[in-house]
Design a protein around this ligand. Structure first.
Ligand SMILES: [Fe+2]
Ligand SMILES: [Fe+2]
Length: 273
């Protein structure tokens, strides 16, 4: 099991440290030129997570679990710091102390939720106790559906108002994912009676269809932005960033599906998640 711990830890850190690094860039781009302290802080976080990302790629999968345990703790501290930074920025925006800055409050809150998610994953890995599969399925879906619903809203609001067709499409996705999120929360509130294999399987199937279609929309948007074919204030890296997060959700859904099929739900723990 030691190699599973090492592999899972490195996979989480490789994915999410790049995400945290990019959040630092997006936040920095949204600050005003005079917000030099905030800009410096964001740049420091960029360097911090770039270094973590590089180390995570250099560490081999047969690393000593003790080394990974310490690495996870160190990354956990860094993630706690960027979480606090994001919440501080959110407070400044919501008290109108950054007039004219270009970070939406929901985007800042969103990136702090992703930091919190990353932090929880590291805690679970180091504690060696993962949630039972039925709980993990519901929690991960609630988290990622909200994330996807937010992405659709960001895309809609960062497109140029003249991109009417694309904005309509993004708004349709926003509505679709809000609805899926409410459904998942209903299943959440019906725990534990709702945690049957058919109900959880249906949750995964329904979500997969919508996530795959949002993922394709994001890929198209990313390619169009890269080719300079659409008008927006979306950074090309942000378009790729939200695409990668949708891919991650799809992989998680597929992994859950594999664990669900053919194995008794109530006793099967989440081994490789
Ligand atoms: Fe993100
Ligand atoms: Fe996101």
């Amino acid at each position: 099991m030691a190699n599973v711990f090492v592999a899972r830890s490195l996979d989480e850190i490789r994915f999410w440290s790049r995400i945290m690094k990019e959040h630092s860039l997006f936040l920095r781009l949204g600050f005003r030129a005079e917000d030099t302290t905030l800009i410096n802080e964001a740049n420091q976080f960029y360097a911090l997570f770039e270094a973590i990302e590089n180390r995570a790629h250099q560490l081999p999968v047969d690393s000593d679990p003790q080394v990974i345990l310490r690495f996870n703790t160190e990354v956990h501290t860094a993630v706690s710091l960027i979480w606090a930074f994001k919440r501080k920025v959110l407070g400044l925006i919501l008290t109108c102390q950054l007039p004219g800055a270009n970070n939406y409050p929901l985007l800042v809150d969103h990136t702090s939720r992703e930091a919190n998610y990353f932090r929880n994953r590291l805690e679970e890995l180091n504690a060696g106790k993962l949630e039972p599969l039925p709980d993990a399925i519901i929690d991960e879906n609630v988290f990622f559906l909200r994330t996807m619903a937010d992405h659709a809203k960001f895309i809609s609001h960062l497109l140029d108002p003249s991109e009417r067709k694309l904005i309509d499409m993004a708004n349709d996705f926003s509505h679709d994912f809000d609805t899926l999120l409410f459904q998942a929360r209903d299943i959440d509130s019906m725990r534990p009676q709702s945690q049957t294999a058919p109900i959880l399987g249906q949750l995964l199937d329904q979500n997969r269809v919508s996530v795959a279609s949002l993922r394709d929309f994001k890929r198209t948007a990313r390619d169009l932005i890269n080719a300079c074919k659409i008008k927006s204030i979306i950074h090309p890296l942000l378009a790729d960033h939200v695409f990668r997060e949708a891919e991650r959700f799809l992989h998680i859904i597929d992994m859950f599906e594999q664990h669900l099929t053919g194995t008794p739900v109530s006793v099967r723990d989440l081994e490789a998640h």
